[in-house]
Design a protein around this ligand. Sequence first.
Ligand SMILES: *Cc1c(COP(=O)(O)O)cnc(C)c1O
Length: 428
Amino acid sequence: MTSPLPGHPHIAYQNHASGNALCIEGQPLAALAQAHGTPLFVYSKASMLEALAAYQRGFAGRKAQICYAMKANSSLGVLQVFAQAGCGFDIVSSGELARVMAAGAVASKVIFSGVGKTRAEMRHALGVGIGCFNVESTAELEVLNEVAGSMGLRAPISIRVNPNVDPKTHPYISTGLKGNKFGIAHEETLATYQRAASLPGLRVVGIDCHIGSQITEETPYLDAMDRVLDLVDAIEATGITLHHIDFGGGLGINYQDDTPPAADALWHKLLAKLDARGYGQRQLMVEPGRSLVGNAGVCVTEVLYLKPGEQKNFAIIDAAMNDLPRPAMYQAFHHIVPLAPRADATTLMDVVGPVCESGDWIGRDRDLAVQPGDLLAVLSAGAYCMSMASNYNSRGRPAEVLVDGAEAYVIRARETIADQLRNESLVG
Ligand SMILES: *Cc1c(COP(=O)(O)O)cnc(C)c1O
């Protein structure tokens, strides 16, 4: 008998001789933890490809390019899966560009977002021949014009507009409101496009927006689309042609009773609007990150100690805020489940890591029946976990395994202390 966990089609308890065991694509997670140690990130390739397929179905028969926003999970093996599936990539740094090229990306399908691109980063991206710079300010426009001009090139650009819609998500991951640092204000868009069109080092190719992350409602997308299309109408009325329209990423996943629309259902509605407004045959782009990888991964961790207390019980695990930063950063919720459930009565406890910070909790007030030595899986750990992991407390970052059916590939070895010390030296 198998019972997939809600929102995790390839992660399921399966009945084995020794009891129920949590498996990923049929492989027991406990065996992977035994072979590779903990904390350990494990990803399901089938889950990633299915998440991508929902977008591909949504865009069937359209001109659309899916650019995976690689900051969600930038491990080479993960990038390779998406490159082989035909994805483009949305990058935010020169480091990400180098990574994605190493993973086999096609440069012309790479777009470069971010408010703080340096001249060196612009030169790198122009040299490689990326598809588009998503420019976020007039100052950046001028610098990019200069850099491209000095290389005898014309930089393909899109301007990120700020549609001023509330994505109704956590304030740290809202990006399309007036008070955000991202994009160009609605009112300044026309003048900015006219300036861009007049600069010899630039070639205007598109328009883009990205309103936030972990969005679970359709309305903000529909509203943003209307705002962006109003701008496209106005820009094209001045004689500037926009080859593509990029609607960004941001679609949420189910962490805890979240009910985001499926990508294909969302795009069914969005495409109806595009058709109604006459833009259905335009080249479209999207930049999904979390929704392609978030629920494809888990972090397996071992319970080190139980620490009962008067006010709180704690389970201290070997994963911490440096491995799983989302709870400390955004008070985010991740389900935490045992790999081998015990029949014992459960106790309410906080699940915390070994780092010297009270913010180092992974789950609060969880009902668990665990003993030291037990293995737990922190769910929905495919996005914004490993890519945000740090060496705080001089902890080596975890290993990562990508499961593809009967295969399990180590796509990142556990970081050693030698790795950590490599770039450091004593004073004399
Ligand atoms: C982070 C980001 C994305 C991806 O967001 P998700 O919520 O992970 O889909 C897309 N575009 C831009 C510009 C971003 O900064």
